[in-house]
Design a protein around this ligand. Structure first.
Ligand SMILES: [Zn+2]
Length: 218
């Protein structure tokens, strides 16, 4: 069972709040390439609820066997307490257990590309049956330009799709993610999730994604 998060180390209210609980609750998918500020946006949204005296639940997937930190941390230093879920956890069950104990106003999911197909549907049930808005934040595609399972299902099942934009080095909108090896060279094959590797990721426009992977002559 997840305790609701009530404290965040944030202090600024900037974006327009969507706290439509009840019949107006929706399943949202905020998608982007790497390093676009998804986690920062998630933490800001959670803070907006908390600031109004509402309870949020922050979730992130456990993607390896290590005991993960119970924290969601953004690159610019914001962080908040979160709760990890496993690949086979039933998120509807977990969240409805939580909902029995205290009112929950919003569920926010980081790294939502790693949700399973079933878990995306369970989050849809949280919206439809418990009337709690669910905000999912994740990558649309992997380093080879293929959809992640969670993202594919969210693109299909979410009520609202919102792009979080970032830019390529050329100045155009970056929609793809390139994996760089330790030498800084683009990786052209491999596992979708590489645990414990030393790669880094950069976001690029489609044209530069293709040329970096050798898919085009540019
Ligand atoms: Zn570019």
């Amino acid at each position: 069972m997840f305790p609701a998060t009530t404290k965040l180390g944030l202090n600024k209210f900037t974006d327009k709040q969507e706290n439509n609980t009840g019949p107006l609750a929706k399943l949202y998918f905020y998608y982007s390439a790497m390093n676009a500020g998804k986690t920062t946006t998630l933490l800001q949204s959670s803070h907006n609820y908390v600031e109004r005296g509402m309870n949020t639940l922050l979730l992130k997937p456990k993607i390896d066997d290590r005991e993960g930190e119970k924290i969601i941390r953004s690159r610019i230093g914001l962080e908040a307490e979160s709760h990890e879920f496993e690949k086979n956890d039933n998120l509807f069950q977990e969240i409805s257990n939580q909902y029995k104990n205290q009112q929950l106003h919003c569920v926010l999911v980081d790294e939502a590309q790693f949700l399973s197909r079933d878990q995306v549907k369970e989050l849809g049930e949280v919206v439809d049956r418990l009337k709690i808005p669910v905000l999912c934040y994740g990558l649309r595609t992997d380093f080879l330009g293929e959809l992640f399972e969670g993202s594919k299902c969210l693109l299909a099942w979410a009520d609202e799709l919102r792009e979080i934009k970032t830019v390529c080095y050329c100045g155009k909108k970056a929609i793809m993610t390139v994996r760089l090896n330790v030498e800084g060279k683009p990786v052209q094959a491999g596992e979708q999730i590489h645990i414990g590797g030393n790669e880094s990721y950069v976001s690029m426009c489609r044209r530069h994604f293709k040329s970096s992977l050798g898919f085009s002559k540019d």
